[in-house]
Design a protein around this ligand. Structure first.
Ligand SMILES: NC(=O)c1ccc[n+]([C@@H]2O[C@H](COP(=O)([O-])OP(=O)(O)OC[C@H]3O[C@@H](n4cnc5c(N)ncnc54)[C@H](OP(=O)(O)O)[C@@H]3O)[C@@H](O)[C@H]2O)c1
Length: 269
């Protein structure tokens, strides 16, 4: 997308992590940036990116989403980045916990997309970037809900892209591997659970993966690069080993991929 000085970008989850790093790069490049978080009034000055217009958005609250949509102008680029994670054995998760995770990572974003699409189609130009996760391709045990919400977002992006590109609106999914952020992970497994020893191992390894992950700047740089393409692809795996992982996940039978994941976590049955 060219003429960036004229472009307005809405990025959800701009208070920290990947969203903040992306907002910073976009402001430097001259985009008009609207960034969201749940409590913009409580953002410390040092955590703000100068030049970003902060707006309140809580994806778990439909009223909050509608309010945001009523307050913003037509946007040229929407980056659905906000999200949170969940680790726990499916058997033990409440329906409320599962629905909440999907609300934040999928349903809420779908309302934001519905809100910006009429304006994008009217101006016959637009880009929606959905920040998913490589977890959708290589789901680890106890991430069933998070990984499937991200997989759903990925599939939604592919189908939506085919619905809207004839109106000049492209949709792409950006799937980071591990990124060093303080992403909120709800952890749900009691020490008494039969699953606990396996869960603990996977959860610790996953935390270590995030702690040793890529800088959010790497994902931000890729997002900005995608925004400057005329015709972005539908899917980008981003981060350390992403090329190899992407290739392996496409070429190997799913049973082999999943067996390798189980081996890695010491679940070899
Ligand atoms: N970190 C990783 O290893 C990794 C890997 C793959 C994919 N991702 C994805 O990358 C995206 C960004 O994650 P991150 O690692 O940068 O995490 P982060 O640093 O925790 O940032 C998450 C952002 O989302 C916002 N947010 C959280 N819950 C929200 C809610 N209910 N409603 C609205 N906004 C909410 C947060 O804002 P407030 O808390 O200030 O409201 C924050 O700005 C997520 O979609 C995540 O799933 C991350």
């Amino acid at each position: 997308m060219n003429d960036k000085k004229e472009k307005t970008v809405l990025i959800t989850g701009a208070s920290k992590g990947i969203g903040r790093a992306t907002a910073e790069k976009l402001v430097k490049k001259g985009y008009r940036v609207i960034g969201t978080c749940r409590e913009p009034e409580r953002l410390k000055e040092e955590d703000k990116v100068q030049g970003v217009l902060y707006k309140r958005l809580d994806l778990s609250d439909e009223e909050s989403i509608k309010r945001l949509l009523s307050e913003i102008p037509t946007v040229d680029v929407l980056i659905n980045n906000a999200g949170s994670s969940l680790m726990g054995p499916l058997e033990e998760l409440s329906q409320d916990t599962i629905k909440k995770l999907f609300q934040i990572n999928l349903f809420g974003h779908s309302i934001v997309m519905q809100g910006v699409l009429p304006g994008m189609r009217k101006q016959k130009k637009g880009l929606i970037i959905n920040v998913t996760s490589f977890a959708s391709r290589t789901p680890v045990p106890f991430s069933a809900v998070y990984a499937s919400a991200k997989a759903a977002m990925e599939t939604l992006s592919f189908a939506l892209n085919s619905e809207t590109r004839q109106f000049g609106v492209f949709v792409t999914a950006v799937a980071p591997v591990f990124v060093k952020t303080n992403i909120y992970q709800e952890k749900s497994c009691s020490k008494e659970s039969d699953y606990y020893p396996y869960y603990k191992k996977v959860s610790d390894m996953r935390d270590a993966g995030i702690n040793n992950g890529d800088s959010p700047d790497i994902i931000a740089k890729k997002i900005v690069k995608i925004m400057e393409l005329k015709k972005p692809k539908m899917f980008y795996a981003v981060g350390r080993n992403s090329r190899f992982l992407h290739l392996a996940s496409r070429l190997l039978p799913k049973d082999v991929v999943m067996k390798n994941i189980r081996r890695k976590f010491g679940i070899d049955k």
